[in-house]
Design a protein around this ligand. Structure first.
Ligand code: ADP
Ligand code: MG
Length: 347
């Protein structure tokens, strides 16, 4: 649940304004028409807004009863595992305060792992441990963490400090994803993730989120990660967007963001499409990471995916969604739905 109710999912106004401005400028050039106005302009440009997303898509296609499956990362893992969908391996769960003592058992022999709240969001409360140094742990950033600091961090997670609604939570300890080298030149530390919007089981848009120095290795856009659109047919990246600016180079490395071929692209989209069968959520955000050794892994699902995938792709979602909405039936087979999405929206 990247941004349920908070974060980038619900902070679209500035982004949409920027997208609108850019598309309007483009239209102006094309048609020599006078400057257009909001919000009818945004509608004309086919940009999905917050109210439409909530009312016409989430409200109609997402049954609230299925939310707990995606709002709790532990439940998502169990669900995915049962369906043969790969996720980062679960090392252990700490559920109540006194279980913090069980850490020794969970962490025995492990030099690297990730701790996160089961119901966290927006990249909050995530500790990535990359190595050990004596009795201490080293974060991905290189900072040292003592055992008691680690326990304190977990206690905070259990108290709900980072979680939806602030209710008591569980702490997940899992495999630390080793990112595939494909994005090395355009990510600063951390693990890029690939977000796909899957509507009625059909992939309609994708973007990759690339960590920057500012985002502290996390792939959350409002923390300062770059979002780069991906062409559905080819799996190649288009321009990137950083905060509200289009850019073609990574701010830290200066390397080009455009034209990167995502490996295992069709497999990744099929994973995303199959996630619909799993969650029964008709309007779903699927976040996948590419692991060096294990290939595509589902990191999390989102029942209220954000709108800025439109900015990253410099296109509005509305016409795509309407085309899928108009279908009397969508194919049962996930691979057929991928082919449909690629045929309709790729290129
Ligand atoms: N197992 C992991 N290994 C490495 N990095 C991770 C792992 N889990 C999360 N991260 C990093 O933290 C970010 C946020 O994690 P995520 O599970 O998506 O939670 P949230 O709901 O807070 O977005 C990810 O985009 C990724 O960059
Ligand atoms: Mg996330």
């Amino acid at each position: 649940m990247a941004f349920p109710g908070v974060g980038e999912g619900d902070r679209p106004a500035a982004l949409m304004t920027t997208l609108g401005r850019r598309l309007r400028a483009r239209l102006r050039l094309m048609r020599h028409s006078p400057p257009l106005r909001m919000p009818s302009t945004l509608r004309a440009l086919g940009i999905l807004g917050m109210n439409e997303r909530n009312g016409d898509y989430i409200g109609i296609y997402n049954d609230r009863r299925h939310y707990p499956l995606v709002d709790d990362k532990l439940k998502t893992k169990e669900l995915a595992l049962a369906a043969g969908i790969a996720t980062p391996e679960l090392y252990g769960v700490v559920e109540i305060e006194h279980q913090v003592r069980e850490l020794d058992r969970i962490l025995d022999g492990r030099r690297e792992f990730v701790i996160k709240p089961a119901q966290g969001s927006g990249g909050n409360g995530i500790m990535v441990i990359a190595d050990r140094r004596g009795v201490n742990f080293l974060r991905a950033s290189g900072a040292s963490v003592t055992r008691s600091e680690l326990e304190h961090f977990i206690s905070n997670a259990l108290s709900g400090m980072y979680s939806l609604g602030g209710l008591p939570d569980k702490a997940i300890i899992e495999y630390r994803v080793k990112p595939h080298a494909v994005f090395d030149a355009v990510s600063y530390q951390g693990v890029p993730d690939i977000r796909t919007i899957v509507f009625r089981g059909v992939p309609v848009a994708s973007m990759v989120r690339l960590p920057t120095r500012q985002s502290d290795g996390k792939a959350n856009l409002h923390q300062g990660a770059i979002g780069a659109g991906i062409d559905l047919a080819s799996g190649r990246t288009v321009d990137g967007v950083w905060f509200n600016n289009v850019l073609d180079a990574h701010p830290d490395s200066g390397n080009r963001v455009r034209g990167i071929q995502v490996p295992d692209w069709d497999e990744l989209l099929t994973l995303a499409a199959r996630s619909y069968d799993l969650t029964r959520l008709g309007y779903l955000g699927v976040d996948v990471v590419l692991d060096r050794d294990h290939g595509p892994l589902v990191l999390e699902y989102n029942a209220r995916p954000g709108l800025n995938i439109q900015l990253a792709n410099q296109m509005g979602l509305l016409s795509r969604l309407k085309q899928i909405r108009a279908l009397a039936q969508v194919p049962d087979d996930a691979a057929a739905r991928v082919a449909l999405g690629q045929q309709l929206f790729g290129g």
